[in-house]
Design a protein around this ligand. Structure first.
Ligand code: SF4
Ligand code: SF4
Ligand code: FES
Length: 260
């Protein structure tokens, strides 16, 4: 017999083993719950809490805010994804993130293609109420590598790059060092991209929701019009390399590529 959980008091069928986030997305669309640290090709992590929803065990019962991306949905859950409490919570989280983020969107590589920007708009940020304090916005850019770049002043400590390097590539180049306010991404033994064991696959750049990790081609400034599933984890690089070189060296091929 099928099991049921409720979204805003309306019943929906549960699929065995799914999280509240996938349950919400399956029934209410992919934009039904905002997320930041979650990525479709990575294991749920549960660090940003932007995906929080209110959950009760009975209709209009006492609710608890739970991170939907890593909480399994269970029979009889009453989920309230946009309660006043949750709306305030999400907004507050993003405001706190923005207190330590350089507000230079107009000149940023990913302007218009930035998950932080999208989530800030989605949760209704129009101002940051907190006074300016100590920040990490003066971190130096790493341009040591022929392909990879980083500007960790734009890092929001979501761990997506670390997880992509571990889970997708199995390279274990990136990690988080320090604690609390001093937490920061390090490459290898706290060295530059060039000195680390990075194999230039680009998985971290693809996973990063801001421009904190990118590449010399500024490929994150390009909005994809189509997605193709592949078994090659390096194929993105090959396509970008071909596209950029075709533009510079083979104008005729550029026209052909652009027509396709
Ligand atoms: S580009 Fe380098 S650091 Fe990034 S995921 Fe690949 S191996 Fe890891
Ligand atoms: S570099 Fe990007 S992916 Fe890595 S923790 Fe920072 S914001 Fe997240
Ligand atoms: S998306 Fe769920 S905790 Fe970050």
């Amino acid at each position: 017999m099928s099991k049921t959980a409720y979204i805003n008091d309306k019943p929906f069928e549960i699929t065995e083993g799914e999280t509240i986030l996938s349950f919400m997305r399956r029934h209410h669309g992919k934009d039904s719950v905002p997320t930041l640290c979650d990525a479709p090709n990575l294991e749920p992590f549960g660090s940003c809490r932007v995906c929080s929803v209110d959950v009760a065990l009975e209709r209009e019962g006492k609710t608890k805010a739970l991170a939907s991306c890593h909480t399994p949905v269970t029979e009889g859950n009453y989920i309230y994804p946009d309660s006043d409490n949750i709306t305030r919570l999400r907004k507050n989280i993003i405001e706190l993130v923005l207190t330590d983020h350089p507000l230079e969107c107009l000149t940023c590589e990913v302007n218009g293609n930035c998950e932080l920007q999208t989530v800030a708009a989605r949760v209704g940020i129009t101002e940051v109420r907190y006074p300016a304090g100590e920040t990490h916005t003066n971190r130096e850019k790493d341009k040591s590598h022929p392909y990879m770049t980083s500007d960790l002043s734009k890092c929001i400590n979501c761990y997506r790059c670390v997880r992509a390097c571990d889970e997708v590539q199995g390279q274990f180049v990136l990690s988080m060092a320090g604690r609390g306010f001093d937490s920061h991404i390090v490459k290898g033994m706290d060295e530059s991209f060039m000195d680390s064991d990075c194999v230039s696959c680009g998985a971290c750049s693809q996973a990063c929701p801001t421009s904190a990790i990118s590449d010399v081609f500024m490929s994150k400034s390009i909005q994809s019009t189509e997605k193709t599933r592949t078994i090659c984890t390096y194929v993105e690089w090959v396509v970008i390399w071909m596209w950029r070189h075709a533009m510079v060296r083979f104008p005729q091929s550029k026209r052909l590529l652009m027509q396709r």
